[in-house]
Structure formats: C-alpha cells, structure tokens
Design a binder for this molecule. Structure first.
Ligand SMILES: NC(=O)c1ccc[n+]([C@@H]2O[C@H](COP(=O)([O-])OP(=O)(O)OC[C@H]3O[C@@H](n4cnc5c(N)ncnc54)[C@H](OP(=O)(O)O)[C@@H]3O)[C@@H](O)[C@H]2O)c1
Length: 284
C-alpha cells in the first residue's frame, strides 16, 4: 500500500487543503504524490510549501503514466477536454488499471465513464476545505465492485487521516453532501461575518469580533458533535425566559434565517444536479 502513487489533475485550493491536512498529520512524506497543472513549470510555490515531497508536471499524460490513483480536481468546464486528452495519449490498458476519482460537483460516474471508457474503475468523493485542519468530512460514491479494491481502501485510509467518513452513499446523496459539506463552510462564514459585523456596530473591535464569532461557532460545533445534542436543545438551554438570547432569536425568526439556510442548501443541491445534466449532455 505504501508504494501506491496518487496523482491530482489540478493543484488548486481544494487539493492544497488536503495536502495541508496530510502534512499536519505527518503523512505527506510517506506518500507518493504527483500534481499536474499548467503552471507547474513556472510556479514552484507548492514544491516549496511541501518541502519537495511532491512531483509536479505540466503534463496530465505523464501524471497518468506514473500514478495508480488519479483524482480530477479541475473546474467542471475543463473536465471533458482533460478526459479527451488522456484517452488519446495514455495506453487504454494502463487507464483501465487506474482508479479514477472525481470531486467535481454533479459530475456522475456514468458521464465520466462515457468519456474515459475504462469500466468500473471510477468513484466519486465529496470533501471540504476543513481537511486543512484535519477536521473535514467526506463521503464516497462508488460501484459495489470497488469495495475491496486495494486502491480504494488506500484512498480511504488517506482521507481518514484528515476527515470524518460519512459513508458510501448514492450519487444523489453525494450531491446533497456537496451542498452541505462542500458549500457549508461558505454558508457558515456568512453567519460568522454577520454576527461579527453586529458586534462591531455595537462597538467591539473588528479583530476581537471576528475571533470571538468564529470561536463561538467552533465551540458550539464541538458540543453538538461530541454530545449528539439536537441543535434546538442547545439553543433552548441557553435561552433564559425574557433574556437577551430569546430576543435575538426572535429577530432571526422574523428575518426567516432558518428558511434562508434551507433555501441556500436546496439551491446548491439543485445547481449540482443542473451541472450534472449539462455535463451529461456533453457526452452526446
Ligand atoms: N473548493 C472546494 O471546497 C471544493 C470542494 C469539493 C470539490 N471541489 C471541486 O474541485 C475542483 C477544483 O476546485 P478548486 O477550488 O481547487 O479550484 P482552483 O483553485 O481554481 O484550482 C483549479 C486547478 O486546476 C488546474 N488546471 C487548470 N487547467 C488544467 C488542465 N488542463 N489540466 C490540469 N490542471 C488544470 C489549475 O492549474 P493552474 O493554476 O496552473 O492554472 C489549478 O491548479 C472544482 O471542480 C470544484 O468544484 C471544490
């Protein structure tokens, strides 16, 4: 397992978050990692940041010829052309032995398979930027035949170092998780920002307001995760009759904040499904 080589096509924010987490877990130097991206020749910042523990190339072909697992981490609009490029330049038998992973919202296994024509060696993973601090969440969607695939077992062991495993789920559930865990950090940031802005308006310094809003969210999340309490229970626990919190909660209810979060999640989920439909049409 230790010799398995893993390649990332695209080395942007979400891959760097994963590498940061693995680095923090002291695991990066035990891995064989390749990254391909157009700026690999000119921009050596990733190599410096990870102490030359990774191989970088501008060629997706070179990456596929050197890796057992290949994870697509480019923007959705580029994925079809990347697949067309590698099926033209990499030997078909070699491609069939690679485990391909997509982290692209909405891109289904079936669409990817139509582009790669390699059989059942394709799985999807959804994870979030919280892996950078080893506090991420992830889920897998894969054909049953892959369950005992040593490459998938290895991949899971890597993600387990930096994220909570939510299970092997259907592709629709994965798109819901894309909205919940993939977009969730951005949604929560609006709550932190809004509360901090309120504190600044009331007179607190910006720095203290931002830090305290974020730390309050962190501590609250810790209680919810470790106690399995329903959020309403924690909310009720700290709402004294006629006290300050219930006055604030009344404002949130008046403004429909919970409905707004539900709409945000549904909108992100629907967007993933629309992207899936658009990408599937590109196979025709
Ligand atoms: N951000 C998230 O929380 C998150 C979570 C789950 C999934 N995703 C998905 O992951 C994908 C990447 O997201 P990101 O935020 O990391 O994007 P990003 O920061 O924009 O990075 C995109 C990467 O793709 C590279 N690239 C561009 N054209 C390429 C090509 N032809 N071949 C190989 N690499 C190429 C870019 O390289 P250069 O810089 O050299 O151009 C860059 O490293 C997206 O589809 C996104 O939806 C993101």
């Amino acid at each position: 397992m230790e010799n398995i080589r893993i390649g990332f096509i695209g080395g942007g924010r979400i891959i760097q978050a994963l590498l940061d987490g693995l680095n923090e877990a002291d695991y990066l130097d035990k891995m064989h990692i390749w990254i391909s991206c157009p700026s690999a020749e000119d921009d050596k910042s990733l190599l410096k940041r990870f102490n030359n523990t990774i191989h970088m190339t501008t060629s997706n072909t070179v990456l596929c010829n050197n890796c057992d697992i290949v994870l697509f981490a480019v923007k959705a609009k580029l994925i079809k052309s990347v697949c067309q490029e590698i099926i033209k330049t990499v030997d078909h038998e070699r491609l069939k032995n690679i485990l391909f992973i997509s982290i692209i919202p909405g891109l289904t296994i079936s669409t990817l398979n139509q582009w790669l024509q390699t059989g059942e060696n394709i799985i999807r993973i959804m994870y979030n930027v919280n892996v950078a601090k080893r506090n991420g969440s992830y889920a897998i969607s894969s054909p049953k035949t892959n369950d005992n695939n040593p490459l998938q077992i290895y991949l899971k062991s890597i993600f387990d170092k930096v994220a909570y495993f939510a299970g092997n789920v259907t592709e629709t559930e994965l798109d819901i998780m894309c909205a919940l865990i993939g977009s969730g950090p951005a949604f929560f940031c609006t709550a932190v920002e809004g509360l901090a802005d309120g504190a600044v308006k009331a007179g607190l310094s910006r720095q203290l307001a931002n830090t305290l809003a974020a730390r309050t969210m962190l501590g609250c999340a810790d209680i919810l995760v470790s106690s399995s309490k329903h959020p309403a229970e924690l909310k009720n626990d700290i709402s004294t009759p006629a006290g300050t919190t219930i006055y604030g909660l009344h404002e949130l209810e008046n403004k429909g904040v919970r409905g707004a979060y539900m709409d945000a999640l549904m909108s992100a989920f629907n967007r993933a499904q629309t992207m899936a439909d658009q990408l599937a049409k590109e196979t025709k």
